[in-house]
Design a protein. Structure first.
Length: 63
C-alpha cells in the first residue's frame, strides 16, 4: 500500500511548500498556507492566496 502512496507524496508536499512560499507575505504566513495546502490541495490554496491580504509593512521613522 505504501508503495502506491509514496511516489505521489513527495511531489504533493513539494507543491504545498511552493504554495507556502507564495504565502509568506500574507497574514497566515508560510506555515498557514502550507498546512492549508496539505489539508485541501496546493492548487486550491494558491487560488485562496489571491484573496488573502498581505501583511501590513512596518514603516520606520527616520529622525
Amino acid at each position: 500500500m505504501i508503495e502506491l502512496i509514496f511516489p505521489y507524496l513527495i511531489p504533493y508536499l513539494l507543491l504545498a511548500a511552493i504554495a507556502g512560499l507564495f504565502g509568506i507575505r500574507t497574514r497566515i504566513g508560510f506555515w498557514g498556507v502550507f498546512i492549508l495546502s496539505i489539508l485541501v490541495s496546493p492548487i486550491i490554496s494558491l487560488i485562496v492566496l489571491f484573496f488573502l491580504k498581505e501583511k501590513p509593512r512596518s514603516v520606520e521613522k527616520i529622525s
